[in-house]
Ligand binder design. Structure first.
Ligand code: PMP
Length: 455
């Protein structure tokens, strides 16, 4: 048989894929005109397809990658663990990678979190936190505390519990009849700041609404769940860190748990290891996943305080046990990779790179901020949302049918940058180890793509 040309390999794999696979969060009909791109390999910030085209992975493979693809140290850690133990049941048995990882995580996490419960994806980590919070109140005899408060525009995952405590209509609305009832407080998101109003004043102002809600309902409320600093799935909506401090005070005053979902913002994306650190806030639960393994393997953890943990201790027949577990809990390969990832932070000064590159990114995108169809460029650390609108003055959005966000990303991919929009928000979230030169390339392509797509 004659050898297939590389570009034919791309096409053939794409055809086989579309015949057999249903992709996540994708209108599969779009692939009648939008090419599916089979990726053959990754190295650093670059992905390569079967025709040898290279793409800068500007969204860190769905917000997970930190040190680049095929990192030699992480690869070595994975290989070494593979020689020892690939998996073992995590009830009754334990293993060193999980123990070391739990200890390491607690060393870098906000103070007061002393127990680590493993799961295998972000939604599961959120399910664990809400079930634990609810169950805690039962175990201490406060049985009226059964409800959760969410912020408008928040997102916490796809499984039914996580979806219920989220608030992005696009993901949630259709499933509403399946979801538990939650209370919703207005988001501190600063997109709706009045002219002249500071981010701080806007965000802190929203604490008053939450306070009123807690005044009315604290007796029924188990916890408040938030995405610290950035509501990512809502379109990289951002708020002032002061909100977190005020939220902590309110949660203490009204005796409700603070659940921090740092699944997207954790591990340095915002410039600090965890976003909560920026206001010295310690939540009662911290959910982490995504970048926990530097973008290598599915692994998640819910960290909890000693007080919460202790409320679950008792005789078996008191039924205080947390009866929740996933088969691949604390998979040793994933734990070994996560440990190598955390080690690399220390060695490679990643947070300094984030701060330096973030400044370059801010300056590099500045020229776009006066574009007639760019309403706002918002940024925290190496997380950016470029909001495209029909009318910059009134903020009138584009007709969704025009798929303007997708058009910009389509221009970018032709120029070697892989982006994925959130509706008409162009999202940039590159691997945190991106170099100055790679970032300059990314900025250049994004600028040109916005101008070409929007005119
Ligand atoms: N919480 C947040 C803030 C997220 O961004 C996500 C994923 N986008 C999740 C939870 C769910 O994580 P997973 O996709 O691993 O279930």
């Amino acid at each position: 048989m004659p050898e297939l040309k590389p570009s034919h390999l791309n096409e053939r794999l794409a055809r086989r894929d579309l015949a057999a696979i249903w992709h996540p969060c994708t209108q599969m009909k779009d692939h009648e005109w939008l090419p599916m791109i089979p990726i053959r390999s990754g190295s650093g910030v670059w992905l390569e397809d079967f025709a040898g085209h290279r793409y800068l992975d500007a969204i860190s493979s769905w917000w997970v990658n930190l040190f680049g693809h095929a990192n030699p140290r992480i690869n070595a850690a994975l290989r070494a663990q593979l020689e020892r133990l690939e998996h073992v049941i995590f009830a009754g048995f334990t293993h060193e990678p999980a123990i070391e990882l739990a200890e390491s995580l607690m060393r870098v996490a906000p103070a007061g979190l002393t127990k680590c419960f493993f799961a295998d994806n972000g939604s599961a980590a959120v399910e664990v936190a809400i079930k634990m919070s609810f169950h805690y109140w039962r175990n201490v005899g406060r049985t009226t505390k059964t409800r959760f408060v969410t912020l408008s525009g928040s997102y916490h995952g796809e499984t039914l519990g996580a979806l219920a405590v989220g608030n992005v209509e696009l993901y949630r609305d259709i499933y509403r009849p399946l979801l538990m009832d939650v209370l919703t407080a207005p988001s501190p998101d600063c997109y709706s700041c009045e002219p002249g109003e500071s981010w701080e004043a806007h965000s802190l102002g929203k604490l008053r609404d939450l306070e009123k809600l807690l005044e009315r309902h604290a007796r029924e409320i188990a916890g408040v769940i938030v995405e610290p600093l950035v509501q990512c799935a809502a379109g990289m909506r951002m708020y002032h860190p002061g909100y977190l401090k005020g939220l902590r005070t309110l949660c203490d005053r009204f005796e409700v748990h603070l659940i921090a979902d740092e699944i997207a913002v954790g591990f340095g994306r915002t410039g600090t290891m965890f976003a909560c650190e920026q206001e010295n806030v310690s939540p009662d639960f911290l959910c982490v996943a995504k970048s926990l393994t530097g973008g290598y393997m599915p692994l998640a953890a819910t960290l909890a305080t000693e007080r919460i943990y202790k409320a679950f201790l008792g005789r078996y027949d008191e039924f205080k046990t947390f009866f929740h577990g996933h088969t691949y809990t604390a998979n040793p390969l994933a734990c070994a990779v996560a440990l190598a990832n955390l080690e690399l932070y220390k060695k490679e000064g990643l947070l300094k790179n984030v701060r330096d590159r973030a400044e370059e990114l801010r300056r590099g995108l500045e020229t776009l901020s006066s574009h007639p169809h760019v309403k706002e460029i918002r940024q925290v650390g190496l997380m950016v949302g470029i909001e495209l609108v029909q009318n910059r003055r009134t903020g009138k959005p584009f007709d969704p049918e025009r798929r303007m966000g997708l058009k910009v990303c389509d221009e970018a991919i032709r120029r070697g940058v892989w982006l994925r929009p959130l509706a008409d928000v162009v999202v940039l979230m590159p691997p945190l180890a991106i170099t100055k030169k790679e970032l300059a390339f990314l900025i250049d392509v994004v600028r040109n793509s916005v101008i070409l797509a929007l005119g």
